[in-house]
Design a protein around this ligand. Sequence first.
Ligand SMILES: *Cc1c(COP(=O)(O)O)cnc(C)c1O
Length: 389
Amino acid sequence: MTSPFSELATNLDDIARQGLYRSRRVTASPQGINLEIDGRAVVNFCSNDYLGLANHPDVLEAFKAGADRYGVGSGSAHLICGHSAAHHALEEELAEFTGRDRALLFSTGYMANIGAISALLGRGDTVFEDRLNHASLLDGGLLSGARFKRYAHADAADLGAKLENAAGNKLIVTDGVFSMDGDFAPLDGLAVAAKVHDAWLMVDDAHGLGVIGERGGGILEHCGLGQDDVPVLMGTLGKGLGTFGAFVAGSEVLIETLIQKARTYIYTTALPAAVAEATRASLKIAIEENWRRDKLKTLSERFRLGAEQLGLRVMASSSAIQPVLIGDSQQAVDISNALLNAGFLVSAIRPPTVPQGSARLRVTFSALHEERHVDRLLDALAKIIVGRK
Ligand SMILES: *Cc1c(COP(=O)(O)O)cnc(C)c1O
């Protein structure tokens, strides 16, 4: 008798042999640049808490006050009795922050993407996705039942060609800042293609919001594009803003459509009101404290320059995401483990998260890092990678 899961066990062995096995490490400290993980102290270079707000005292204070006022659980979905004054105020503040008519909170970014794309498209329509889009955008497109077309990464011309003769409503979907590469989508070109072909444009700015743009308004502020150019904006709260959750912002008609039709909005419990209160506090800091964005820029540039001098393969990124291309998955994991032994937490990103043969170290910076942290990481990379060659 073979066990019912014997085939799965074989699959797991295959995954391990390819250097693709994934496992968790257990943290015992708050998020920040210094983490206690699996019982050891490390300097953290893999968080998306770019502005260093996940454990900011004002954000913690707002969270606690929110829990005192609203309790912990939100009790139900937004459409039943879970939509608190805190959620409502945060939506209004996010709408103002992004310069849009309205914003709608979702419990996670994954759900926001799936819900929005599936609400806007169905059979007979067409969705256009950048090849390197985040998994949640790809899944949203597939789940919608629309015809699914991928265009070459950051290639507005290829998109334009694919838009010719497309059927039904057309939605172009892209990451704003690509999550595993750190480069920006060519939004001016995409917006023109959308106008020419009468298509809608949706931008997922999970890695730009709070981090890019003079006021932290993200990639759209950086490019000077508004609601008319990009009718659907998705942002997450768990990265630059340091808390949890997500939102979609746009016109009155868009938001009302999502409230009626987005299944991941309707059929799920609202995120805790205390999280909304914490996010209101972190949004305020993100808008006011420009030094956090300036610092990120300085740190990222210092790393990039140093890595280039070491002969490492950095990528075309001008964001706080600075990947070092390794290629082979097992080698990327080995280097990540060696860095951990040296006291640096840097994650190895492997297929299928990135294309075959492009495993990499995804180095990210926080406004709480100092230049000496960057220099120490470069020293460790020099010993581990350059020393091996
Ligand atoms: C993290 C991420 C998401 C998912 O957001 P969650 O709130 O973590 O579910 C969606 N899109 C992109 C580009 C992301 O990086």
